[in-house]
Structure formats: C-alpha cells, structure tokens
Design a protein around this ligand. Structure first.
Ligand code: GLN
Length: 477
C-alpha cells in the first residue's frame, strides 16, 4: 500500500497531474462501497425469514470477498432492474444479483470474472399437463422479470410460438401469477427455479435450459475499477481455498431442509424479527412524515385564507400539484430522479418522508382551510370587538373551533398516510409489506404472509385511531 502510494506520488510528479488519475492505482482496501442487488433471487439473494437478514450465494460471496480484501459494503436490495439503474446512475458502486454477463450489458457495465454458470429455463404450474414445450404456448401469456435475460429469451421466442410476454419486477410475483393462472409459464434462471421448486413453490420445469448466462459482479463501465479488481482478487482466493465451494454447498446442497413448514402461528413466530422491523419502519416513517405534513397543512391552510391573491395562489398551486399526481411518481422522483440531478446519493428514508409529507400536507391544507372557514365569521368579529388582535382572536377563538371541526378528517388523513407508506416498498424502503414480500419470496407462503401483514396493519391502524380519538377528546372537550 504505502510503497504503491509513494510510487504513485513519484509518478504523479514526473508525469504531471493530468495523467495522475491513471497512474495512481486506486485501492479498494479501507473503502466503503454501496452494492445493489435483487430483492429476491433465492438461492443467490433473499431474506432469511427468521432474521430478516440478506443471505444467499451472492451475499456470502460479496461479504466474504469484502472481508478478505479489507473493504466494507453496504448492500441494498432494490430489485433487479432498479439495481442495474442504481449502478448506471451512480447511486450504487456495484451490482451483484445473479446478473448474466451479456454483450449488450458489456456496453454499459464492466464485469468481474464469472462466478456461476446459469441459463434460462421455463416452468409451469406443477398440476398443469397441457404445456410441455414452447409449441403449447400459442395464444397464452408467460411472465419473466423486468430487465432480465429470462425476459429477453422469452421475447425472442414469443413471435415464433405466438405467445405474449409480461414483465414483472419480482420473482415471487412471477411464480404467483403462474399458480393463479394469469400466466401459463415463467422464464427464469434454472438454479433459481430449481431452488424454488425444491422449496415447494408449486411449479415444475418442462424445457431444457437455454445454455449461456454466466453470472458476474458488475460496476458501471470505466468506474470503480479498484472495486472490480478487488472482487476478482477475492474471488480467486475463495476459489483456491475452498470457501467458494463451501458457500455454494450451503445453499445448493440437498442436505438442508430449506422449506419453512408449520402452521400460521409458527410462521408468525419465524417471521417476527423481520416483520417487527418492518412495522417499526412503517410507524416511524408515518409519524415523522405526518408531523411535517401537519406543519405544511397549517402553513398552507392559513395561506389559503389569506387576503393576498399571491399567497392564496401559492398554496393553491402546492395543493393542486400534490393532489394531482400519484404518490409513486414522487417516490421515484425523490429517490431516483433527484440524486441524478443533484449528484447527491439517494436516501430511501428521506425520499419516503418527502413523498408522504408533501402528499399528506396537500390534503391537510384543504382540511385546515375547510376547518378555518367553517367557523362562523361572527366569531372573529366578536373577538375583535372585544379588543383582541387578529392573531389573538385566531389563536384563542377561531383555531380551537377549527381544530375541533377538522379533527376527524385529520385522523382520517393519518390513517391514509400510514397505509400509503406501503407504496414505499417500490423504492426499497423496508416497511411492513416489503418485509412480507421478502419473506414469501423465500418461503412461498404468499397468502398466509399477506393475511398476517393485513392483520398487523389493521391492528396498528385501530390502535392509532383509538389513540388519536383519546387525544381529540382531551384537547377538544
Ligand atoms: N440472470 C438474469 C439476468 O441477468 C436474471 C437475474 C435476476 O433476476 N436477478 O438477467
């Protein structure tokens, strides 16, 4: 390290600064990198249902290599396509997601040495005997993952065999759509299909795998070359000392009973660590966002009853923008768009808070305005004629009545905001529904997991409403 650095400095002095970047070899050691991955692509990346931790072949490789090479990683499970975009936009330094090395991708990414031999295969519902090959797909719909090689392969075959291809973001959703018959088949990587089938996901494979598709770790083209070099170096070491085989065996060996069995209560018990994390995230982002939304609502609510047309106009524009656009657009904009414009790294919690607070703030503005306007103007006049100033009259006479009138609508908005927070799973915020998705993606107990989180949301919302009503009674008696 030291010697390299000294040599680098000497070279810099000799060659001048223009060439410095190329001459001083950057080192990954001691650095910290953001690594993007798929949400679920078991056995390569998935959540351990009992701990909520990200595990799998890719995760173990990445963590072990980081340890071996002395750098640290912050792994973000974003979904496959989102992971690739994150690296392209510079929000992540590298991606490991069972990503196939292809010529098209080499235009945009630099790949490591391959670490796994894969290939796409087609699977159908286990009880479906009508589809035994591509020729049975005429007129049918198949699913594959957005941005994946499975999708590309399916699209290549679609015209010849006359079927429709639908792209979905998550493996679990793909398998579910085959089981509920909204699609007849799924195109996915064979080791992932094999693992899922082994776990009892209710599918079976019916075609030979399409050869090709080695997995590689990737960085944006021309970027993070030190990270790529360290990955290759670490991979070679793990292959040499047997760790690589050990990792593969952990997930692919058939000795392990992988399937999560047991009744729904045992399922709750197993999933509780991850679910409680999710619940905490849901509640905390709701509370933080709602407090900010209340401030926005009061500020803009007062602006709406201002005598100045300009001030009223500003508030009206705010409300119409956020009421007139879907929440998801803002979530994507704050998380993916803004960092691209500003160069600042995306922060999923802040993006989520901004999204929910601005949205709820718009609705609260109208609630506050309505509340203020529903107080009889005679109240203000009476207060003023008693000698109170406008501010005092507002604070002592009008506001208490307005708040009392608005309270049910404010509580309603709180409940809506809590439910809307589930939309943030699309930007990878680990709230309650996100955790459930991660779990059923690994154990395939989709219906039960959805019922469990449904009940959890219901309980939390009931408690919250009850609490808010108590506060309401205390404040507005
Ligand atoms: N190997 C496939 C690809 O690179 C799918 C990867 C994934 O779904 N995570 O396209």
């Amino acid at each position: 390290m030291r010697a390299g650095l000294a040599a680098g400095i000497a070279a810099t002095l000799l060659l001048g600064t223009a060439a410095a970047a190329a001459v001083v070899p950057a080192q990954a050691e001691g650095e910290s990198f953001v690594i993007a991955t798929d949400t679920t692509f078991a056995p390569f990346e998935f959540r351990d249902p009992s701990t909520g931790d990200l595990v799998g072949i890719d995760m173990d490789l990445m963590n072990t290599i980081a340890e071996e090479e002395g750098f640290s990683v912050d792994i973000r499970s974003l979904g496959f396509q989102a992971a690739l975009s994150a690296v392209q936009s510079g929000q992540a330094d590298g991606v490991i997601a069972g990503m196939s090395i292809t010529d098209e991708r080499k235009e945009i990414f630099d790949f490591s040495e391959p670490y796994f031999e894969s290939g796409v295969q087609m699977a159908v519902a286990a009880n479906d005997d009508s589809i035994t090959g591509y020729e049975d797909l005429a007129g049918e719909t198949v699913v594959a993952k957005s941005g994946s090689e499975g999708l590309a392969e399916a699209e290549k075959l679609a015209e010849e065999y006359g079927f429709t291809v639908k792209a979905l973001d998550q493996s679990a959703t793909m398998y579910e759509s085959v089981k509920n018959q909204s699609a007849v088949a799924v195109f996915d990587d064979y080791p992932v299909l094999a693992y899922g089938i082994d776990q009892g996901n209710g599918l079976k494979v019916v075609t030979e795998k399409i050869p090709g598709g080695e997995y590689g770790f990737a960085v944006a083209k021309g970027q993070n070359s030190e990270l790529l070099a360290a990955f290759n170096d670490g991979l070679a070491k793990l292959k040499a000392d047997g760790t690589y085989d050990e990792i593969l065996n952990t997930y692919l060996g058939d000795s392990e009973a992988k399937s999560a069995n047991g009744n729904i209560f045992e399922l709750v018990g197993q999933s509780w660590p991850a679910l409680s994390k999710g619940l905490w995230n849901t509640v905390s982002i709701t509370v933080v966002s709602f407090v900010i939304a209340l401030v926005l609502g009061f500020v803009f609510g007062f602006m709406k009853i201002s005598s100045s047309r300009i001030v009223r106009g500003i508030a009206t524009v705010y409300v119409s923008i956020f009421r007139g656009t879907p929440i998801l657009v803002w979530a994507f904009l704050f998380y993916f768009g803004l960092p691209q414009l500003t160069g600042a790294p995306g922060n999923v919690f802040l993006a989520g808070v901004a999204t929910l607070a601005l949205n709820a703030g718009a609705y609260l503005t109208e609630i506050v305005r309505g509340g203020l306007q529903s107080v009889d103007p005679g109240q203000m006049e009476a207060a003023r004629s008693l000698g109170l100033g406008w501010g005092r009259s507002m604070q002592r006479v009008v506001m208490p009545q307005a708040v009392k009138i608005s309270m049910p609508s404010i509580i309603n908005q709180l409940v809506i905001t809590l439910k809307d927070s589930s939309l943030l799973l699309t930007i990878g915020f680990a709230e309650l529904l996100y955790q459930a998705q991660q779990i059923y993606a690994a154990n395939f107990r989709t219906t039960e997991m959805l019922i469990i989180v449904g009940v959890m949301y219901f309980i939390v919302i009931t408690l919250l409403t009850w609490l808010a009503n108590i506060v309401d009674k205390k404040v507005n008696k």
